[in-house]
Structure formats: structure tokens, C-alpha cells
Design a protein around this ligand. Structure first.
Ligand code: GLC
Length: 777
């Protein structure tokens, strides 16, 4: 057995502003107080810290405000204090303890970190019995991750556990980030800034011990004090970046199947959606649009004139999103430009011995672009030129873990069993596969995003990715991969998306109706009820499954689909405002209740109710044959969205026959709603409804963000935000005011104002929205 070694004894420190380096016999520990409640802890057993700038972190330590840090050397520990926090470092083994100024211990090492000769490390932390854990990206299972053991190693779990069961470990993305919450103390976040295979054992082996293990690289982590979840996510996304504001149409409903082809089929889907009046903005083209799965080509028989097709669909209000896979068909001497150019310029990954890396994916024998090299990313980005020129409005990056098989694909699909085991990056910054594996998808997304920005600088990109690493939100929306038509997967999508949101990934969704398997009408109906609230809302289905379009299950399911997708479109003004907020602060769009109500211990493990922003709570039915469910209502007033009735008590038995979705509004909010449209920009927001839900003090607030929905002009100030307030006076009169800031001028519109409160609903309307106004009634 190899012996583990720690840093051994302390010998002294040096300080440079807000950074202190503690020297130990076998290594060093750098501690930086970045800003209030935000520290970096970085160990190295080498004389120097790794020079490489992180791929996940967007901000250098020097770009933070910095806090003045004082050091005091005591008998057993060295105490560093900055602002409201203290970090105490143990002299013998460099274990740390992080506490607040009032002495609350947030995080405490059981012992100092230990290394093996191969460079792998482990750090053990105490797990207070009353602490709950969240984050880690898109994991399966319920909300609280206590008791789990998760490895960060991007994987397409085909074959091994196609069912994404609760015991599944790795999925497509790696987010070495978690948030810990204690009802009495509040919470903190920890981001392990390490792209190697890392493992978080959250009390799985030992219920009182959290272990952080890494296969290589530095033990380098950021500690983020809340105490509330919103502050933690806000700081974490300040570090790793935030979702750029997407085009507004991307918030509409997306229709997908593997695959719609030939073009007549695509036209038929578009026709059905419009004829049946099921609102939709987007149709996705899966792999069969390509010529023999060659990326950046079209099958000319199936799609003889893509620009014409896309133009015609555009006239009906549809946008087209095309899938791109990273595997480039190995196709020498055949006139396939992507292969020829990549080969000529030596852009494909080579094995350590120098031979080209080959693996099997859809086009069978394939090679893989080396996205760790800037010039390769640039080339890849530019390859999108023709797709964008043809009118394609979004790129769906799939299979980018990357998923690779050692043998040709059989009829039944891939059997992913190898990884891109080869060094990557430019000679000056060559990385091992161990270090770069988790970044393959993120770097492909970066290449695509940056290429798009060069090719179409005036339109906001829409990207969708399967693989990713912390920070991928800067480039792409995320979907949770190949789920199945299981009730369990409908249920699981709630904690999965909630934890993604807490991990900085706001724009996310699961395949509505389940990708694999056969959905029943009941399952599909229940799924669209919830899926209409996913930030990314897309129906999708695997090629081997029966049809899963909203009309495939009979009239009853179709009208349920229409009702909930229509509701999503009515909510677009609210939803877009949430997207704008998220792009500025990182706040999740779909949130677990604990995000807002973390001081209420009842919310800490509540996985089957979600908040859409701070106003709406959805409590779906996710079991077959059920018409009733328990709903927990935290403190405050809650209204039934459907009949505006004030709810009594904190525990409800909601009655929801198949047509119904339990949906509640938190008192104190003003919801801006639009009219039903068949697609997001069918017409401007010409009728605004303000639904006002008073709190117990007769007060409510709301916000509406608007811009052109498509360009970057908002960055130059061409946007506006209207703040709405409502207050009740002693005589019971409600005064509603609107105050608009910003230079964007929305289209003329009328406003309906409805106030819901203790005494029922009052109503008034304005024939013209002047931006700033006031009404009393
Ligand atoms: C992968 C994707 C799935 C897609 C299929 C074919 O399984 O996860 O969404 O439809 O590949 O491209």
C-alpha cells in the first residue's frame, strides 16, 4: 500500500496584500481573501503553484476587490482574519477551519490533506449532523446529496445505466461545486478548481465525513460564505461566469425527435403545430439531416435546399436548431472539407505516440478536433458559417463528453466504452487526458459560441450542450441527456434541474416525455405540465420510440399540452425577466424552495415542488393514477393560480385531475403576463396583464424587463425595466404604480390590472402604457 503524506510542519509565512503563503516542510498553502466571505485555499507540494489559468474561473484573484488580511501565529494554529471571516490553519498538517467572526464554524478539516506518490490527494472534512448538501450539477437522485458519492468525469452512461437510476454516478457534466446548508448557521459553497477526475464522498463511506479526492492537479478550492443560497450562487457565478442573455425565442417551446427528415417531415411537424394551435418556436434537426453523419454537411436528397426550408419555416415563426457532434468522419480523399482541412492543418487529436486518435461514433470511424488549442477552436467556430448563412438559429452540441465506441456502431446504437485518451492542447500548454477530459464539451461550446459571435456579431447565440464543466453556462444551455419515459424520471427532473440551477446552470431542461421508452398519454400529459416550466422546454424522443409529439397521444393529451404550453407563452414576459436577472446575478430560474426559504427546515429536502422565480410555485403530479398530492406552503400568503383563492395553512391536499397542475403564487408579487401567442414574436406585447397578489400587509412588487429580444443592443443600454408596486391604504384602496427605467421603448399596449387579495379580485385597465403611471382603485 502506498503511504499518504501531508504537508508536515509549518515554518513561516509571507504576505502579499490579501494573499498569504504559509510554508510547510513538504509544501505550501496559499490563502487569498478575495472579498467578504469569499476565500481561496490552494495547496501545492511543489515550490511553485501551477501557472495555468483555470478554464472554469473567469476572474483572476487580482480582479476581486480584495480584503485586508491579518495573520496571527498562535501556539497550535495560524489564524488569518479578513472582514467577517477567520481561517485557522493547523501547524502540523495544514488542516483548515473556516469560521465566521461570531465563531460559527462553517467548515472544518478532520486532518490536513494527504497526497499519494502518484499525485492524487484527499482532504477530509467534518459533516455536521444537521447539514444538507446540494449542487454537483445534473446528478440523479433526490435533492439533498448527503450520503452520496460522486465522481466528476464526463460520461455518456449508455449501456452501463441507460436508466439514469438513483445509483448512477457520472453523467455528462462535471461540476465540482456544492453548497452546504444548516438551518441554524446558514450555508457556504465550495468550488474545487480542478479538472481532473475528482470525487466527493458526501458521507457515503463514513456518515460524518466529507472527502474530497482528486486524481491529480492541485487541491485548490474557493470557499463562499452565504449565509443564504442566493448569495452563494451569485458569488459562485461571479467566479465561473453566467449565462449570457439568450435570444427571447429560445424561451419558447422546442419540438424535437431523432430525427425529423426528409424536409417534408419537418414541414409536416411545423404544419401540425400551427394547425393544432400548439405554440412552438423551435424545431430541432437531429443527426439525420447530415450527409452520412458528416458534421457541417446536409444530406442533399433529404434536404435539397436548406435555406429555402428554413426561410419557409421562418415565415411561420419557426427557428431551426441543428445538432453537431464532435466526431468528424475519417474520410480521406473524398472531398469532405472538414476532414481534409482538419487533417491538413493537423487539428485532430493525436495519441501520445503521435498517431491520429480514432474512435467510432455515428459516422463510424471518426477523428476529434483538439478544442484545447485556440486555433482549432477558431477553425471549428468558423465551420458554422454555412449553417448560419442558411438561417440555422441554434447549435445543439451533442456527444461531447466525448462519447466514443471502440467498435463500429451496430443497428441498436452506440456502446460507448472508450475515452479520448490522448494529450491535448498546444505544445506550450500540452495537457494530459486526465486533466482535459472534463473540458472537452465546454471547449467545444466555447469554440461554437465564439465562432458565432464572429460570424453573426449582432444576434445572440443559442447553444445547447450535453457535456460540460463548471462555467459551461457562459456558452450554452444544458439538457440532461438521455432520460427515459419513466415516471421516476419525470420526478427526478425536479431535483436534477434544481441542483443544476444551484450549480450556476440556469438555462436547463430535461427531455419532456422521456427520450427513450414508450410514454403513456398520462405520463406525457403530466410531463408537459411540469416541462412547460423548465427553463429549457423541449419535447424529444429517441428514434426507436413511438411518436411523442403533443398530438401523438390523443385529443385529451393534446389539449392538455396546448393549455400548458399556452400558459408558458403567457408567462414569457415574466420568464424573460427571470432570464435577464439570471444573466446578471446567476440566480437560478427554476429553484428549489430552499433557495428562497432556507430558514424553513421543511424546505431543505423538498424535491417535488419548485419555484419559477420568486413568484410561482409548481407542485406537479408525478405518479400514475394520482389526482391528489400534498403541497407544502412556506410562510406568507399563497394564492391558487387558477382561481386566485387564498390558501389556508401550510399543508394542503391539492386536487389535480389529469387536466390540472397545482400552481401557486407567492403573496407580495406582481406577475406580468402576455397574451397567448403561437410563437414568441408573433406580435409585440400589445396586451400586458399585471396580476397582483397582495401579501399580508396589502403590498406587492413586480418587475418587467424588455429589449429587442435578439440583438446585443441591450448591452449598450437599449433595454428597459419597469418596476411595479402595489400598496393598500387604510380605506382598502389599492394604489398601483409603474416606474420605468431605460431607453428601450416597447410597442404600444393596453394594460389589464387585477389585484387579488383578502377580499377577492379587483380589476381595472389602462388604454395606454405610458411607462410611468399610477392608478388607485
Ligand atoms: C444522443 C443524444 C440524443 C440524440 C441522439 C442522436 O443520444 O443524447 O438527444 O437524439 O444522440 O443524435
Amino acid at each position: 500500500m502506498q503511504t499518504r503524506q501531508g504537508l508536515a510542519s509549518y515554518s513561516g509565512y509571507s504576505q502579499d496584500g490579501n494573499r498569504v503563503i504559509l510554508e510547510f516542510r513538504a509544501g505550501r498553502l496559499a490563502i487569498t481573501a478575495l472579498e467578504e466571505g469569499f476565500w481561496r485555499v490552494r495547496y501545492s507540494r511543489q515550490a511553485e503553484f501551477a501557472p495555468r489559468r483555470s478554464w472554469a474561473v473567469t476572474k483572476a484573484d487580482s480582479e476581486f476587490a480584495g480584503l485586508s488580511l491579518t495573520v496571527s501565529e498562535e501556539a497550535e494554529i495560524i489564524e488569518l482574519s479578513a472582514g467577517q471571516m477567520r481561517l485557522r490553519v493547523n501547524r502540523v498538517e495544514a488542516g483548515v477551519e473556516w469560521r465566521t467572526a461570531v465563531g460559527q464554524v462553517l467548515l472544518q478539516d478532520i486532518q490536513g490533506p494527504q497526497w499519494l506518490a502518484d499525485g492524487s490527494f484527499v482532504s477530509y472534512k467534518k459533516m455536521p449532523a444537521d447539514e444538507f448538501y446540494y449542487g454537483f450539477g445534473e446528478r440523479t437522485g433526490l435533492l439533498n446529496k448527503r450520503g452520496k458519492r460522486y465522481t466528476c468525469w464526463n460520461t455518456d452512461p449508455v449501456d452501463r445505466n441507460m436508466d439514469h437510476g438513483p445509483g448512477a454516478n457520472e453523467l455528462y457534466q462535471s461540476h465540482p461545486f456544492f453548497m452546504a446548508l444548516r438551518p441554524t448557521v446558514g450555508g457556504y459553497g465550495l468550488f474545487l478548481n480542478n479538472t481532473f477526475k475528482t470525487t466527493f464522498d458526501v458521507g457515503h463511506k463514513d456518515p460524518a465525513r466529507l472527502s474530497i479526492e482528486g486524481a491529480g492537479g492541485e487541491l485548490d478550492y474557493f470557499l463562499i460564505y452565504g449565509p443564504d443560497p442566493a448569495t452563494i450562487v451569485q458569488k459562485y457565478t461571479d467566479l465561473t461566469g453566467r449565462m449570457p442573455l439568450p435570444p427571447r425565442w429560445a424561451l419558447g417551446y422546442h419540438q424535437c425527435r431523432w430525427s425529423y427528415y426528409p424536409e417534408a417531415k419537418v414541414r409536416e411537424i411545423a404544419h401540425e403545430l400551427r394547425a393544432r394551435k400548439i405554440p412552438a418556436d423551435v424545431i430541432h434537426l437531429d443527426i439525420d439531416y447530415m450527409d452520412g453523419f458528416r458534421v457541417f454537411t446536409w444530406d442533399k436528397d433529404r434536404f435539397p435546399d436548406p435555406a429555402k426550408l428554413i426561410g419557409d419555416l421562418g415565415e411561420q415563426g419557426f427557428k431551426v436548431v441543428n445538432i453537431i457532434d464532435p466526431g468528424v468522419k475519417y474520410d480521406p480523399n473524398n472531398g469532405y472539407r472538414v476532414y481534409d482541412e482538419g487533417a491538413e492543418k493537423d487539428y485532430f487529436v493525436r495519441q501520445a505516440g503521435g498517431e491520429l486518435f480514432h474512435g467510432y461514433v455515428w459516422p463510424d470511424d471518426s477523428v476529434f478536433a483538439d478544442f484545447a488549442r485556440a486555433e482549432v477552436r477558431e477553425w471549428w467556430g468558423d465551420l458554422h458559417k454555412e449553417l448560419l448563412a442558411a438561417g440555422v438559429r441554434g447549435i445543439w452540441n451533442d456527444m461531447n463528453e466525448p462519447a466514443i465506441s471502440s467498435t463500429p456502431f451496430e443497428e441498436w446504437g452506440p456502446h460507448i466504452d472508450i475515452t479520448l485518451d490522448a494529450p491535448q492542447g498546444s505544445p506550450a500548454e500540452l495537457t494530459s487526458h486526465a486533466e482535459i477530459h472534463n473540458l472537452y464539451g465546454l471547449l467545444e461550446d466555447q469554440a461554437t459560441y465564439e465562432g458565432w459571435r464572429r460570424l453573426q456579431p449582432d444576434t445572440r447565440p443559442f447553444l445547447l450542450t450535453r457535456a460540460g464543466y463548471a462555467g459551461v453556462q457562459r456558452y450554452s444551455a444544458v439538457w440532461t441527456g438521455d432520460n427515459d419515459a419513466y415516471w421516476e424520471h419525470l420526478e427526478m427532473s425536479m431535483p436534477q434541474l434544481a441542483n443544476l440551477g444551484l450549480s450556476g446552470i440556469s438555462f436547463a431542461g430535461a427531455d419532456i416525455g422521456g427520450f427513450g421508452g414508450t410514454s403513456t398519454p398520462e405520463l406525457w400529459a403530466r410531463w408537459i405540465q411540469l416541462g412547460a416550466f423548465y427553463p429549457f422546454s423541449r419535447g424529444h424522443a429517441a428514434t426507436w420510440t413511438p411518436p411523442k409529439e403533443p398530438w401523438a397521444f390523443g385529443e385529451r393529451t393534446e389539449s392538455i399540452a396546448r393549455r400548458y404550453i399556452e400558459l408558458r407563452y403567457r408567462l414569457l414576459p415574466y420568464l424573460y425577466t427571470l432570464f435577464e436577472e439570471s444573466s446578471r446575478t446567476g440566480a437560478p430560474i427554476l429553484r428549489p424552495l430552499l433557495y428562497q426559504f432556507y430558514q424553513d427546515a421543511n424546505t431543505l429536502q423538498l424535491h417535488d415542488q419548485l419555484m419559477l422565480g420568486s413568484a410561482l410555485m409548481v407542485a406537479p403530479i408525478y405518479l400514475p393514477g394520482q389526482e391528489y398530492r400534498h403541497v407544502y406552503l412556506p410562510k406568507g400568503q399563497w394564492y391558487n393560480f387558477w382561481n386566485n383563492a387564498l390558501q389556508e395553512g401550510s399543508d394542503l391536499l391539492a386536487h389535480a385531475p389529469l387536466e390540472d397542475l397545482p400552481l401557486y403564487v407567492h403573496g407580495g408579487t406582481i406577475l406580468p403576463l402576455g397574451p397567448v401567442m403561437q410563437y414568441s414574436d408573433e406580435r409585440p406585447l400589445d396586451q400586458l396583464s399585471l396580476e397582483i397578489y397582495l401579501d399580508e400587509h396589502g403590498v406587492a412588487r413586480g418587475r418587467l424587463y424588455e429589449d429587442d429580444g435578439i440583438s446585443f443592443r441591450y448591452q449598450g443600454g437599449d433595454s428597459c425595466t419597469t418596476l411595479y408596486t402595489a400598496a393598500t391604504d387604510a380605506a382598502g384602496k389599492v394604489r398601483v404604480t409603474a416606474n420605468r427605467q431605460g431607453q428601450y421603448v416597447p410597442a404600444p399596449r393596453t394594460i389589464e390590472i387585477r389585484v387579488h387579495g383578502l377580499v377577492g379580485t379587483k380589476h381595472t385597465s389602462l388604454a395606454e402604457d405610458k411607462g410611468d403611471w399610477e392608478v388607485s382603485f
